[in-house]
Write a protein that binds this ligand. Structure first.
Ligand SMILES: NC(=O)c1ccc[n+]([C@@H]2O[C@H](COP(=O)([O-])OP(=O)(O)OC[C@H]3O[C@@H](n4cnc5c(N)ncnc54)[C@H](OP(=O)(O)O)[C@@H]3O)[C@@H](O)[C@H]2O)c1
Length: 515
């Protein structure tokens, strides 16, 4: 079918224009090196994502996946491990023919991070793959490793020349969270990484940004006329951003100690979500325009004070999670009873610009809460006048637009509606958009999207160093205060967090949503 005469000016037939963003983009010749390939993240997410990309036909024919680790594995033994990981974690059907093709490019290099020989062997392997697989010398190095080892691995990559791109090839580094422990360590890490890789080759993973629903915030706001006119303090009362988990720490209590909920979730995921909700419209959808707007809004953001009243923290105690009786953090294996690490954190941010003056942004996250949910609720002011008797609107809450990030991805609009019957009574109802119902395509896993973007050199969904530092600037004063204010309050598992969190909102006459 040729374009109809009523096609908009500038319409380009997508079949002929390779820049069309609706077309799936296929990575060019490249290889991916995973450090920490035997770890939890790699097994559950990274290797399955690579398989899913292969299955969707989005990897180049000569793609190479190189695992680096301490085991004395042959290439075949690594391939067997990777196959099992892919089979267990893949989201598309597992097909032997797809796997066999991918497996031809699998290699394993034995090495430890404190061992020069391992990295020398890696450099030789990468050179060999240029001819064996035609990678073109293009490699991404995924650091799925303990954060303390980021600098060592970067230095090895520099020493062996692995980090060096040429005029015809690229080298990129992918860094997992946490990116630093506080502002000072994040700056230090940025400097170490910047000494080895130019900023445009550094891809900091915040896997939340790879989620469809998160990208949909931009579509919802900037592709519609309906929402943007009310997206400001004239109409919005406050915003609540929640990431709740129903699980506890299990055997990972030792690992979590000293990190806590604020560093683990608020510093990265929730502040990024907040930036997407609060930022101004970018001039276009290029990475530089998006990042400029996120940085601008984060620079206008500050912590509401005093910290003792605008933040809350807690540690889960035992209780009931659904029908299961669960233990508290203090009883978890590997937990240091003297630790004051929080498993629930909430704070209040303010954005000092014309759009958001006076609108608090409440961010909260916690483990062992009522249910697993991530959502952004934009809660609107009450109508300035209600021409009803008070009794008619007793059950009426505030209008809200809720972006459900996970699970049940979608958007809910809550507004008042008349209860059927001869009397007049107004109550809240929900209007729902659910991804699963509206589209037949399933969303790719966040890691799938992000790994593909790394290979394509598409940086829009990766925070830059400035964003990371700005979010630590917001968090540091809270962490400093918490460090000297004794142990966190205990909250019962299966509830919505400590009493302090409710008090935090009650001070301004508000309440948390119970998603
Ligand atoms: N797991 C998740 O869901 C998740 C989510 C978000 C971010 N992250 C981040 O992703 C990174 C990896 O997390 P993870 O959960 O996969 O950790 P993990 O299970 O502890 O795995 C760590 C990996 O690093 C390797 N390693 C450690 N020290 C090494 C050394 N000296 N030389 C060579 N290899 C070494 C381990 O190899 P061995 O097998 O030989 O010990 C293992 O493969 C961390 O930065 C974490 O914060 C993880």
């Amino acid at each position: 079918m040729s374009p109809s005469t009523d096609a908009p000016a500038g319409w380009v037939n997508p079949l002929r224009d390779p820049r069309d963003r609706r077309l799936p983009r296929i990575a060019g010749s490249a290889g991916l090196v995973i450090f920490g390939v035997t770890g939890d993240l790699s097994k559950k997410k990274l290797i399955p994502a690579v398989y899913d990309l292969a299955n969707r036909g989005l990897l180049p024919p000569g793609f190479a996946l190189v695992g680096f680790g301490r085991r004395r594995w042959t290439h075949a033994e690594f391939a067997a491990f990777a196959r099992e990981s892919a089979r267990e974690g893949c989201r598309t059907p597992f097909r032997d023919d797809v796997w066999e093709r991918l497996a031809e490019g699998l290699r394993f290099v034995t090495g430890s991070f404190d061992d020069d020989a391992g990295f020398d062997a890696l450099a030789a392997q990468l050179t060999a793959l240029e001819t064996e697989r035609g990678t073109g010398g293009n490699y991404a190095f995924y650091l799925s490793i303990p954060p303390d080892d980021f600098p060592t691995v970067c230095r090895h990559l520099e020493r062996t020349g692995c980090a060096r791109a040429t005029d015809l090839s690229w080298r990129r580094v992918v860094i997992e969270k946490p990116f630093g422990h506080d502002l000072a360590s994040a700056r230090e890490l940025n400097e170490v990484v910047a000494a080895v890789f130019p900023e445009d080759s550094v891809f900091r993973i915040d896997h939340y940004l790879g989620k469809e629903t998160v990208q949909n915030i931009l579509a919802l706001r900037f592709a519609n006329q309906l929402f943007e006119p009310v997206w400001n303090g004239n109409h919005v009362d406050h915003v609540q951003i929640t990431m709740a988990e129903d699980i506890g720490l299990g055997g990972r209590a030792g690992y979590y100690d000293g990190i806590g909920a604020a560093r683990d979730v608020i510093q990265n995921h929730l502040i990024q979500l907040m930036a997407l909700v609060a930022m101004e419209e970018p001039t276009d959808f290029s990475a530089s325009a998006l990042r400029a707007e996120k940085i601008k809004v984060l620079e206008s953001t500050s912590l509401a004070l005093p910290i003792a009243e605008t933040t809350a923290r807690g540690q889960y105690a035992g209780g009931w999670q659904g029908s299961e009786q669960v233990v508290g953090l203090k009883e978890e294996e590997g937990y240091d009873p003297a630790s004051t690490t929080e498993t629930f954190a909430a704070l209040t941010l303010e954005v000092h610009n014309r759009r958001w003056a006076g609108v608090p942004f409440y961010l909260r996250t916690g483990k062992r809460l009522g249910r697993r949910v991530t959502e952004i609720a934009v809660v609107f002011r009450r109508a300035p006048h209600l021409p009803f008797d008070a009794t008619m609107t007793e059950e009426l809450g505030k209008n809200a637009l809720v972006i459900r990030v996970q699970p049940d991805e979608g958007v809910t609009l809550r507004f008042g509606s008349k209860v059927p019957g001869t009397a007049m009574e107004v109550r809240d109802v929900n209007m729902d958009f659910a991804y699963g119902e509206a589209f037949t395509e399933s969303s790719p896993e966040a890691y799938e999207r992000l790994i593909l973007d790394v290979l394509l050199g598409e940086p829009s969904l990766f925070p830059v160093s400035r964003e990371v530092e700005l979010s630590w600037e917001l968090l540091d004063p809270v962490l400093e205060q918490w460090a000297v204010s004794g142990p966190p309050e205990q909250y019962q598992s299966g509830t919505w967090g400590p009493r302090g969190a409710d008090e935090m909102l009650a001070r301004s006459g508000r309440t948390w949503r119970r998603p």
